[in-house]
Design a protein around this ligand. Structure first.
Ligand SMILES: [Zn+2]
Length: 56
């Protein structure tokens, strides 16, 4: 994923909010949540979320 604020790809996980993974951008210091922008959720995104949970 890419930071919607600064375009960086340097993230670390920053906890779970509303059942979604929150990430902290190491570049600009902002938090953001994957899939929190009301876009349609593709099957691929759901799959990725499951994989992330398993790897966590
Ligand atoms: Zn950023």
């Amino acid at each position: 994923m890419i930071c919607k604020f600064c375009g960086s790809e340097a993230f670390r996980k920053s906890g779970i909010t509303r059942k979604k993974q929150r990430y902290f951008c190491k570049s600009c210091g902002r938090n953001q949540v994957v899939g929190d922008n009301r876009e349609k959720h593709s099957k691929m995104e759901k799959y990725a979320a499951v994989v992330t949970r398993i790897m966590d």
